[in-house]
Ligand binder design. Structure first.
Ligand SMILES: *[C@@H]1O[C@H](CO)[C@@H](O)[C@H](O)[C@H]1NC(C)=O
Ligand SMILES: *[C@@H]1O[C@H](CO)[C@@H](O)[C@H](O)[C@H]1NC(C)=O
Ligand SMILES: *[C@@H]1O[C@H](CO)[C@@H](O)[C@H](O)[C@H]1NC(C)=O
Ligand SMILES: *[C@@H]1O[C@H](CO)[C@@H](O)[C@H](O)[C@H]1NC(C)=O
Ligand SMILES: *[C@@H]1O[C@H](CO)[C@@H](O)[C@H](O)[C@H]1NC(C)=O
Ligand SMILES: *[C@@H]1O[C@H](CO)[C@@H](O)[C@H](O)[C@H]1NC(C)=O
Ligand SMILES: *[C@@H]1O[C@H](CO)[C@@H](O)[C@H](O)[C@H]1NC(C)=O
Ligand SMILES: *[C@@H]1O[C@H](CO)[C@@H](O)[C@H](O)[C@H]1NC(C)=O
Ligand SMILES: *[C@@H]1O[C@H](CO)[C@@H](O)[C@H](O)[C@H]1NC(C)=O
Ligand SMILES: *[C@@H]1O[C@H](CO)[C@@H](O)[C@H](O)[C@H]1NC(C)=O
Ligand SMILES: *[C@@H]1O[C@H](CO)[C@@H](O)[C@H](O)[C@H]1NC(C)=O
Ligand SMILES: *[C@@H]1O[C@H](CO)[C@@H](O)[C@H](O)[C@H]1NC(C)=O
Length: 719
């Protein structure tokens, strides 16, 4: 979303500059210091002041002083209030209609406050106001329509921004008939329902910016929008619009930004239509149901900088003419069915390219060398396609690259790949999982570099060999995914030297030996320090770790240690209790023995604890009840005994969390504890002995549920 957002901002900032009228509008008029405000203006302002909470919004507006000198007020030479500028003042309360009585008011800016109530129609119908910005407040209710045109002469209002409020109900329609001067209308991020306004541009022929995204508009895009000959920005994404793009829409040939993502739109992109929008800099139709291919004529959109057609059902090869759009900076085509040899597109003609995202298509062939000449490329994602072959030396030319995702293709020669990638000084995120199948993890110290690598996934490659020592030099590493390989040997002690490591997933390998006590020294897992050091460039695109697991800078990674499904032996080191910041600990499906260390009860941030399928013995520590955040807990299939702790967090879990420990007891398992050690068993549970329970106990004892589970779990991991 980041690049998208930036592009919007750029357009919006650019717009006023390109139009002198608007630029003037935004200039603060100069106040004459000698003017003093009129009694009527002062009274109107004081009425507004009285509506603010707490106590006039803490604005020191005093009756006995000249209101032209008040905070946020600007007057004309004649002492008329022209500007009320009170953005970001934490104002609460409501907006008084008395502001409509300021007969010289030109601009009203109350944006980014906490104002509630409605927007007084007196302001819209004012005979003087040209700009109203009440965006980012808590204004609510239905938007009151102005009286029909016959009763009200044309209003001077040019800019109205009511975005990010809580307005509901249908979008006003008759109001716009008296807004012949309207240039900018922004109503995004409210809860408006019903159809899009039908004839905006008939009544407001100067309309240049129309922002309606993040509402609940439904129905079709009206052909009449094509009459908006001045319209430069149309944003209506994140609504419930349906139907096709009407041919007439492409009559709005001034459009520079057309953004309709996340709706239910369908149909094809017609070449003859697209070329009419020759000013287009941003086209965003992502997350709809468009099909068909990208028309050849796209090459004539010489000004195009951003193309987002992601998450549709589009197909076919990319037209080679795409390289005529030499200003392209972002191409996002992920989640479609595009195919063919990507090498047919000559990317060297796109020197400005910064983001190329082709994830989840069926592109084939080798990765085109021409991509490596796009020296400004910062994010490249080609994952989940059908690319094969080795990475080429040319990749070293991408010195700005910080996000690279090539996972789930059929690339080969991991040694060569890592040698090349290591020299990428600015690389912070490297995702190459599910390639290099059955190769050997390179061990030698010729793999080096990766100075800034923070997120590294090289899982699901069935790699053999050991956890390589060169990883110990990646001192900025935060998240390391090595799971689903065939790595052998022990977990190295040096892992705790990775000072920023907070997410380590090495499950489903063949690691042996004991859990090193050095793991308990991992600094990020010991302290509450957050991932604040993370470089945002590594999160330019959201990172997908699974079908439903998506990670962005904000949600970052949780602090996790996953050593499950290996062949680790010995006891769980007591020192594990030092990892106070850990969120998830998975030691399941190993050969661990001994007792559950009491110290685990000190991990008060723990939300997921899985110790299942081991040979742990002894009792479940009662103090585990102190882990109040625990939401997933599994100790099944061990050799635990004694009562399940009652009266706390542990007793809230299902019996499946405890199954397969024949000597565990408690009401949850319908198994009486020895009276000496047990908490009282509720009488009702006495009747619940069922044939299944008896069978499962017998099964556990005589046939060894553990072995069976091992196989189940393994097949799940490989699936
Ligand atoms: C402001 O002062 C005038 C006289 O100085 C008085 O008539 C008026 O009621 C006062 N207004 C408020 C809101 O206190
Ligand atoms: C605006 O001014 C008129 C006359 O001065 C007055 O009658 C009216 O109540 C005022 N409106 C508001 C909302 O203060
Ligand atoms: C409207 O206000 C929002 C929030 O303050 C801002 O992000 C947006 O750019 C504004 N729209 C226009 C067209 O100025
Ligand atoms: C919508 O408005 C809310 C509240 O003002 C804000 O927190 C949120 O970020 C806005 N969303 C968008 C997409 O602008
Ligand atoms: C979206 O629109 C469809 C009809 O096009 C309607 O059936 C559906 O209920 C709408 N969904 C929402 C959330 O408004
Ligand atoms: C608008 O588009 C339609 C269909 O594409 C076309 O027939 C019509 O002539 C266009 N009108 C104008 C004013 O360009
Ligand atoms: C590509 O651009 C060249 C000139 O810049 C032009 O002659 C050619 O027609 C364009 N091709 C397409 C398909 O737009
Ligand atoms: C590449 O990026 C640099 C720095 O942002 C910029 O100055 C330069 O113009 C860009 N080159 C191209 C071809 O866009
Ligand atoms: C990489 O850069 C070198 C020298 O700067 C150049 O000779 C080579 O052609 C470039 N490779 C690619 C694939 O662009
Ligand atoms: C690499 O990143 C550093 C900051 O970490 C930045 O100063 C430098 O410009 C980047 N290099 C390139 C080629 O983008
Ligand atoms: C991998 O690439 C290197 C060149 O970097 C080459 O020497 C080696 O033979 C390749 N390995 C395989 C298995 O193709
Ligand atoms: C839990 O932590 C405290 C200090 O934070 C320590 O004194 C205590 O020994 C620890 N308990 C266990 C069982 O490790």
């Amino acid at each position: 979303m980041l690049p998208l957002h930036c592009s919007y901002m750029r357009h919006i900032r650019k717009l006023p500059m390109s139009s002198p009228g608007l630029a003037l509008l935004l200039l603060i008029s100069l106040a004459s210091p000698t003017s003093s405000c009129t009694e009527q203006d002062k009274t109107s302002l004081l009425q507004f002041h009285a509506g603010l909470l707490p106590e006039g919004g803490l604005l020191a507006w005093q009756n006995h002083t000249d209101c032209c000198m008040w905070e946020g007020i600007t007057c004309s030479a004649k002492g008329m209030v022209t500007d009320v500028s009170l953005a970001s003042r934490s104002l609460q309360g409501h907006i008084s209609p008395s502001l409509g009585n300021l007969t010289g008011l030109l601009r009203l800016d109350l944006s980014s406050n906490l104002l509630s109530g409605g927007l007084p129609p007196e302001l819209l119908s004012s005979g003087s106001i040209i700009a109203i910005d009440v965006s980012v407040n808590r204004l609510e209710g239905e938007f009151q329509e102005l009286a029909p045109a016959s009763a009200t002469p044309d209003r001077p209002l040019k800019v109205l921004n009511i975005s990010s409020n809580l307005f509901t109900g249908p979008f006003p329609s008759t109001t716009w008939r008296v807004m012949r001067n309207m240039v900018v209308l922004s109503a995004s991020n409210n809860s408006f329902t019903g159809k899009l306004p039908t004839d905006m541009c008939t009544s407001s022929p100067s309309l240049a910016v129309l922002e309606l995204s993040h509402n609940q508009f439904s129905g079709r895009i009206w052909p009449v929008l094509g009459r908006c000959s001045m319209l430069k920005v149309l944003k209506a994404g994140f609504n419930n619009l349906s139907g096709t793009l009407p041919d007439e829409l492409f009559n709005a040939t001034s459009l520079e930004l057309l953004s309709l993502p996340r709706n239910g739109l369908h149909g094809t992109l017609e070449g003859a239509n697209i070329i009419k929008l020759s000013h287009l800099a941003t086209l965003d139709l992502g997350d709809n149901n468009f099909n068909g291919n990208i028309p050849e004529s796209v090459g004539q959109l010489q000004r195009l900088q951003e193309l987002h057609l992601n998450d549709n059902m589009m197909s076919g090869e990319l037209p080679s003419t795409l390289t005529n759009c030499t200003n392209l900076m972002t191409i996002d085509l992920k989640g479609n069915n595009f195919s063919g040899e990507l090498a047919k597109v000559n990317f060297s003609k796109l020197p400005s390219l910064r983001i190329l995202d082709l994830m989840s298509n069926t592109f084939s062939g080798t990765i085109p060398e021409s991509i490596y000449s796009c020296r400004n490329l910062t994010a490249l994602r080609l994952s989940s396609n059908k690319f094969h072959g080795e990475l080429a030396e040319g990749l070293r030319n991408l010195t700005s690259l910080s996000f690279l995702s090539l996972g789930n293709n059929s690339l080969t020669n991991i040694t060569k790949a890592l040698k090349i990638l290591g020299s990428s000084k600015n690389l912070t995120t490297l995702l190459i999982a599910h390639n290099f199948m059955y190769e050997v993890m390179p061990q030698d110290d010729t793999i080096k570099g990766f100075q800034n690598l923070q997120v590294f996934s090289i899982n699901s490659c069935s790699l053999s060999g050991q956890i390589p020592r060169w990883l110990s030099k990646l001192t900025n590493l935060g998240a390391l995914m090595l799971h689903d390989n065939q790595l052998t040997g022990s977990i190295p002690d040096w892992i705790s030297n990775l000072n920023f490591l907070y997410f380590l997933q090495i499950s489903n390998n063949s690691l042996t030996g004991e859990i090193p006590t050095a793991l308990a020294q991992m600094p990020m897992l010991r302290s509450e320090k957050t991932g604040a050091h993370l470089d945002p460039r590594g999160f330019q695109l959201p990172i997908y770790l699974g079908p439903s697991l998506q990670i962005s800078m904000d949600s970052a990674f949780r602090k996790v240690l996953d050593l499950s499904v290996n062949k680790l032996v010995g006891e769980i080191p007591r020192e594990i209790g030092l990892l106070k910041a850990i969120w998830g600990l998975n030691l399941s499906s190993n050969l661990l023995s001994g007792e559950i260390p009491q110290s685990i009860c000190n991990l008060t941030n723990l939300q997921v604890l899985d110790l299942s399928i081991n040979h742990l013995s002894g009792t479940i520590p009662t103090a585990l009840n102190d882990l109040h955040f625990l939401s997933e807990f599994n100790v099944s299939n061990n050799e635990l005994q004694g009562p399940i702790p009652t009266g706390g967090q542990i007793s809230t879990f299902q019996s499946s969390s405890f199954d397969g420990n024949p000597r565990l007891c408690g009401p949850l398992l319908n198994r009486y504890c020895d009276l000496a050690q047990a908490a009282p068993v509720p009488i009702t549970s006495a009747n619940r002995w069922s044939i299944e329970v008896i069978f499962s106990i017998a099964f556990g004892v005589f046939f060894g549920v553990g072995v069976l589970y091992d196989q189940l779990v393994l097949s799940k991991f490989y699936g």
